[in-house]
Design a protein around this ligand. Structure first.
Ligand SMILES: C[S@@+](CC[C@H](N)C(=O)[O-])C[C@H]1O[C@@H](n2cnc3c(N)ncnc32)[C@H](O)[C@@H]1O
Length: 225
């Protein structure tokens, strides 16, 4: 069954949210253990962020959210590329990580980043506020990826995209096999439009476009690892 965009927006805002039942992922969910994937020096030596931002066409005017921002590896590089008048959201579920990131941004003189305290199931971004969501090394830590991707949908403006960076490893080992990722996102209606290895940096980048309208949560069929 398809539900209208208006109802989806109400759900995102929390109206009737408790009544919604999402299937659980049929695979392990990794524990949150760190606010960063690897060291930033090493990632930059391998050109990770530049490669990702170039591939995604990150340029002035694009509104971007770094979901599971942690220490802000992508937040600071996005902000530098987009400039101080940019729209950049940095979201995380851990208050302590957000506090560290706030201090880092102040120290580095980076302004214009909106910090958002999300919940495990909801990134809590304003409706139609972003053109691009980046989920870097965090997808495998989302407790319920079907619910998270469902609730992220209304935040994406027309033409919006979702970019996921992860390792090709089992979810219990802090990665997500690309076929599993494709299946889980397709279950919520997202369609993969690009996937590329980030070598010599670690992992891969997969890019998705959201569904025009969301299915009812009961219609979501979980994938197997
Ligand atoms: C390994 S760190 C990666 C940090 C950063 N994105 C990077 O690439 O270095 C994973 C981050 O995702 C956050 N996280 C885990 N589950 C989340 C969820 N459901 N919503 C938002 N953030 C989440 C964790 O708190 C942590 O900061």
């Amino acid at each position: 069954m398809l539900v209208s965009a208006a109802i989806a927006l109400l759900w995102c805002a929390g109206v009737g949210a408790d009544a919604l039942k999402f299937p659980k992922p049929d695979r392990p969910v990794a524990r949150i253990i760190s606010p960063a994937y690897s060291t930033e020096d090493k990632r930059d030596r391998h050109g990770e962020a530049e490669r990702v931002m170039d591939r995604l066409g990150v340029r002035t005017g694009l509104r971007v959210a770094d979901l599971g921002a942690g220490d802000g590896y992508y937040t600071v590089r996005l902000s530098r590329r987009l400039g101080s008048r940019a729209t950049v959201y940095a979201e995380d579920v851990e208050v302590e990580y957000l506090q560290r990131l706030r201090a880092r941004l102040a120290r580095d003189g980076i302004t214009g980043v909106t910090l958002v305290h999300g919940t495990p199931a909801n990134p809590k971004l304003p409706v139609a506020s972003i053109d691009l969501a980046i989920l870097s090394h965090m997808y495998h830590e989302i407790e319920n990826p079907y619910e998270f991707m469902f609730r992220l949908r209304p935040a994406l403006a027309p033409g919006g995209r979702v970019a996921i960076i992860d390792l090709d490893k089992p979810t219990g080992e802090h990665g997500t096999p690309p076929e599993l990722l494709r299946c889980e996102l397709a279950a919520v209606g997202y369609r993969e439009v690009d996937v590329v290895s980030l070598a010599p940096a670690d992992g891969y980048l997969a890019v998705f476009v959201p569904p025009a309208s969301l299915q009812a949560p009961e219609a979501i069929r979980p994938c197997r690892q």
